[in-house]
Design a protein around this ligand. Structure first.
Ligand code: FES
Length: 172
């Protein structure tokens, strides 16, 4: 079928929806223009959506929140708590009498919950054997590419208080 519209006695749909197999792969200029216009509109809407979301984005707030009393976490043990919101599980590990670390419990690969492997002294994800350093949360092994977000802790008297998160956006 030629690119120009020839005078035809048959209806338009017969031209545009050919029943001849040989014509099925043929795309006329109008169809190409429709395709390009719709694709461009889709991309424009997508980019506008991204722009609006970036305007509405607010940096997360990290309130100072007591997460544990020192006497409830003996050396070598853990406590699970939520920070900064009630749905964000974190794991606190007391590594010695005067040191402790806390991380998001959500694995940076596919969000399984990590646990403290005391023998190996690291955090492990059971889903795909992703291992994280207890010292700074960096990836030791496995598919995760980003370190675990670290919860910043302060000691206030006999309490440990979460005061922020280090999201550690460096790749492993
Ligand atoms: S979800 Fe943790 S390693 Fe895959």
């Amino acid at each position: 079928m030629p690119w120009f519209r020839r005078p035809s006695s048959q209806p338009l749909w017969k031209d545009e929806f050919s029943i001849l197999t040989a014509d099925e792969r043929y795309v006329n200029r109008r169809q190409l223009t429709k395709f390009l216009t719709l694709t461009s509109l889709g991309m424009l809407v997508g980019n506008l959506w991204i722009l609006v979301r970036s305007w509405l984005y607010r940096a997360p707030v990290y309130p100072a929140t007591p997460v544990a009393r020192l006497d409830e976490v003996p050396v070598g043990s853990i406590k699970i708590f939520s920070y900064p919101g009630p749905r964000e599980a974190c794991i606190l590990v007391r590594t010695s009498a005067e040191s402790w670390v806390a991380y998001s419990q959500k694995c940076t690969h596919l969000s399984c919950a990590v646990y403290y492997a005391r023998q190996a002294n690291r955090l492990e994800c059971p889903c795909h054997e992703g291992y994280f350093s207890l010292t700074d949360g960096h990836v030791l092994q496995g598919p995760p590419r980003r370190p675990l977000p670290r919860v910043l802790l302060e000691r206030r008297g006999e309490a440990l208080v979460a005061v922020g998160m280090d999201l550690g956006d460096k790749e492993a």
